[in-house]
Design a protein around this ligand. Sequence first.
Ligand code: MRU
Length: 365
Amino acid sequence: MKVDGRHFRSIWLEPDGWSVGAIDQRRLPHEFVVARWTSADDAGEAIRSMLVRGAPLIGATAAYGVALAMRADSSDAALAQAYKMLIATRPTAINLKWALEEMQRTLRPLAPSARIEAAYQRAASIAEEDVAINHEIGRHGLALIEAIAATKKPGEPVNILTHCNAGWLATVDWGTATAPIYQAQDRSLAVHVWVDETRPRNQGASLTAWELGHHGVPHTVIPDNTGGHLMQHRMVDLAIVGTDRVAANGDVCNKIGTYLKALAAHDNGVPFYVALPSPTIDFSIDDGARIPIEQRAASEVTHLTGRTADGRIETVRVVPEGSPIANYGFDVTPARLVTGLITERGVLKPERAALASAFPERTSQ
Ligand code: MRU
């Protein structure tokens, strides 16, 4: 998608043909800085430190991390070590495990001498597949937006609420929740996005608002607690969020606070959709209760970082010294609160049978 009118992806192979570039998301929205990784450790640290984040992008980063590992040492031991190091970087987004297993499946049968080229090829195809999948999610989600637009007065925007950043920055391109929004915008369909700020790391305020702004999508940033009020006053036509892992029964794990939005949507009859690429489905887990929930540093809650009026980036404390902190990164929305799952193969009921029949090849992996 566009940054200052220029097309960017969130991750790319550098012109040298082997090192990997990515947008440093920790610096947005104040600074646009590009990182360059030359080792698997660089890629691992980028995931751990949230230089990159978002389930599909974490998967693509891990795939390129394996390619960088193979370039340094393509032995069986190095392949196993790359898996071990990268799988430990973050616990909740299942795309990480999916991408690492794809890389293992591709590389393990090959002779070490053939692994470097194959690793770069599979990493590149994982990235390309993500772009194609998200484009299809956009196409199916667009039909939902068009159906609502048809019920509105001409020119009146469809109001969409989203949580966290499930935009192109969280994927390789297009985004998951934002793909239908960008496709609506490209067709000059009037949309307006309510962007949850998404404390504590503010991925909505810093990243979703930034990318929607660069693409010219009308949007309004709201404190996380505002969504229920807006829904009560019919100011939200539908919610579309992303996800980090969907269990086999359709329970959805996503950024903390998603569950509360789904409850408010249910109470107010607002359709609540979840956009997901198939690598985000975890058929090995029966229901959402078994999804590991990342607990993150207290400093994300106690401190806020922003730009001062004179342009400096500063971090300030907002919680009294000594107050204990809980910082759960994700929550689980039960399938019964989800109107539909927008996948690359269509909008599915959040049910085991629907997921299994749409993605039979994934159930046997
Ligand atoms: O902790 P993050 O920023 O990696 O979490 C990402 C999310 O939870 C996003 O909301 C997103 O929906 C999932 S990835 C498309």
